[in-house]
Design a protein around this ligand. Structure first.
Ligand SMILES: Nc1ncnc2c1ncn2[C@@H]1O[C@H](COP(=O)(O)OP(=O)(O)OP(=O)(O)O)[C@@H](O)[C@H]1O
Ligand SMILES: [Mg+2]
Length: 338
């Protein structure tokens, strides 16, 4: 096994009759709209380069048509690129032969679908076991694993229900349990929470984060919701017209947008909820007022203390040791996007 994680190197995808020729035109400067108009070819992705760390949640976000689904489908080769390569744990997955690919899809990568994709005439337990049985896992083992995963997503006791008897959020948790049951290290989630109503959706986001802290899978999560991206993503890539405009942590994207498009994109985000106290701490200041805030807490947790009239508030690390302070001015600068 080579480097753990996923590397996307120069992936381009053109849809149409002669994609390689069309890609040449793109490489010599033709834009997506012109390509479509002149040649009838759709530019799905152009020269995507990404590094996705093992065990992180990597969010791909962008507006409708930006290429998110096209990109995520490359990871399990539902789509073959026009150019470029993808390395998973150092292995070039485009070189896998048929049996190799089948094995890769079974053991290394699992997908959670937007509309749950459950079998309506099978109960919850059977839905989660189904793929395992097809894979040749014994019934006893499959059932044991399925029950474990259902318990993990909070659905113990619902094994004999049918999908139609469950709420949307519960159905999606079945979908998640099914993906987890495969034991694959990589989870692909294309708009997996988008069909849920807001409260349930937020609940699922928190649950996924909690699960991830335990399971340490590599999760590639697609959304067009910026709040969801910022909440979940260890790293986020912003796509526009098939290219990556910026990839980085949420804080990097908020505080140092790569271009005007990204800046406009993140303009309305509630920074007080996303940026942490640690990110705006002035390490040269020590204050000994009674209260303090945790460096990992969002800036908004300091608001109450500032409302009491404090000018600066001590910031402590995970061990409770002071590392500096945040001032009223720094808070304002952060909220103003500087
Ligand atoms: N099979 C295909 N044939 C031709 N064009 C395609 C095909 N699949 C995708 N495209 C084009 O590629 C571009 C990216 O589409 P994609 O579905 O990846 O976008 P998306 O970001 O997932 O959008 P959404 O948020 O609506 O799901 C679009 O311009 C789309 O029309
Ligand atoms: Mg899509």
């Amino acid at each position: 096994m080579g480097d753990p994680g996923i590397r996307v190197e120069g992936i381009s995808k053109v849809f149409g009759k002669t994609p390689a020729k069309a890609l040449e035109l793109v490489r010599s400067g033709m834009g997506k709209a012109e390509l479509l108009e002149k040649t009838g070819h759709a530019l799905g992705l152009h020269d995507i380069n990404l590094t996705i760390g093992a065990g992180e949640i990597f969010v791909i976000m962008g507006l409708s048509g930006s290429g998110k689904s096209t990109l995520i489908r490359h990871f399990n080769r539902l789509i073959e690129p026009t150019a470029g390569r993808i390395l998973v744990d150092g292995e070039d997955i485009l070189r896998l032969d048929e049996p190799g690919l089948r094995n890769f899809r079974r053991r290394k990568i699992a997908m959670v679908f937007q509309r749950f994709g459950l079998l309506p005439h099978r109960n919850v337990l059977d839905n989660v076991m189904y793929g395992l049985l097809i894979d040749g896992v014994t019934r006893r083992k499959a059932e044991e694993r399925a029950r474990e995963q259902l318990a993990l997503v909070g659905l113990a006791g619902f094994e004999t229900r049918f999908p139609a008897q469950l709420s949307g959020g519960m159905q999606q948790r079945v979908g998640l349990a099914r993906a987890l049951a495969t034991d694959a290290g990589i989870l692909l989630m294309d708009e997996a929470f988008s069909a849920l109503d807001p409260l349930i959706r937020h609940d699922m986001q928190l649950q996924l984060k909690a699960l991830q802290a335990k399971l340490q899978k590599t999760i590639i999560f697609i959304t067009h919701d910026l709040d969801e991206a910022l909440l979940l993503g260890d790293h986020i890539a912003i796509l526009k017209d098939g290219t990556v405009r910026q990839a980085g942590t949420g804080a990097e994207i908020l505080t140092r947008p790569a271009d005007d498009y990204v800046a406009r994109f993140v303009h309305d985000v509630n920074r007080a909820r996303i940026l942490t106290c640690g990110q705006i701490t002035d390490r040269a200041i020590r204050v000994d007022t009674p209260g303090s805030v945790d460096a990992r807490a969002p800036i908004e947790t300091a608001f109450a203390a500032f409302a009491q009239g404090e000018q600066a508030i001590a910031v402590v690390n995970g061990n409770g040791q002071p590392i500096g302070a945040i001032t009223w001015q720094r808070v304002m600068q952060a909220l103003a996007g500087r």
